[in-house]
Write a protein that binds this ligand. Structure first.
Ligand code: SF4
Length: 237
């Protein structure tokens, strides 16, 4: 068996264990390439893991289009968690719709309202959550474990693609005819909210297009917390 086939078999086994031993379990999908690998593995096998996305209200049309693609391909609707409408209204009326460009604090507050609080709601009452994070995505993810205790949210967190390479991801998507976000073909290896994501140039770090106007040390969205600390998204060296 090739190394890739071994990693694939291990990932399938992890997902089956989560579905069997950690009910109810959820998978947080950003609808990006890694998450489409996991979506395909979960829905093809009809595993008992609910898939959800954070619909921040600022996503690209291409990303929203993936919701329809998933429904067409698998007959399954991804559950959406949206920000509290009053909190968004207050932020916009007090600071402006795009105040996240003004300061790190304003950016973190926008992420808190549109991502962090909805994520807490999405995870509440579950025993495990699954993410598409990989070690090779950034310098701060090199120690990423397959399974971690998420004390912040009070459940187990699984990163079944932790040891997958980018080539593994694209090999799986192409050989299984899995739909993917067309932004990946336009220079977007990492996709978040539209105003906070841009295409990158060849040779740039894969996450260089996220919050590009900020110092790398401040790049954090609050979704991934390890040992009580937010993971900082630094450019790989
Ligand atoms: S990524 Fe940008 S638009 Fe999205 S929640 Fe964070 S600051 Fe707001």
């Amino acid at each position: 068996m090739s190394d890739f086939q071994e990693r694939l078999a291990a990932t399938q086994a992890i997902l089956e264990r989560i579905a069997d031993d950690f009910e109810p379990a959820v998978f947080a999908s950003s609808l990006a390439a890694e998450d489409m690998v996991l979506t395909d593995l979960i829905l093809r096998k009809k595993l008992n893991i609910t898939i959800f996305s954070l619909e921040t209200g600022r996503l690209h049309a291409e990303t929203l289009g993936m919701l329809d693609k998933v429904k067409e391909t698998y007959g399954t609707e991804i559950k959406l968690f949206k920000p509290d409408a009053t909190a968004v209204e207050n932020y916009v009326s007090q600071h402006g719709k795009n105040a996240f460009y003004d300061s790190v604090e304003m950016r973190k507050e926008c992420c808190r309202i549109r991502k962090v609080e909805p994520l807490k709601r999405a995870l509440a009452g579950n025993k495990a959550w699954v993410t598409g994070q990989r070690r090779a995505q950034s310098a701060t993810r090199t120690e990423l474990a397959i399974q971690e205790d998420d004390a912040t949210h009070g459940l187990q967190k699984f990163n079944p693609l932790a040891d997958w390479s980018e080539d593994d991801v694209w090999h799986y998507l192409r050989s299984n005819n899995v739909p993917y976000n067309p932004l990946h073909d336009k220079g977007y290896p990492s996709i978040g909210c539209e105003p906070c994501t841009r295409a990158i140039q060849p040779g740039e770090d894969v996450r260089a297009g996220r919050w590009w106007w900020e110092n790398p040390d401040s790049k954090e969205c609050g979704l991934h917390v390890v040992d009580g600390k937010l993971i900082r998204i630094k450019q790989a060296v």
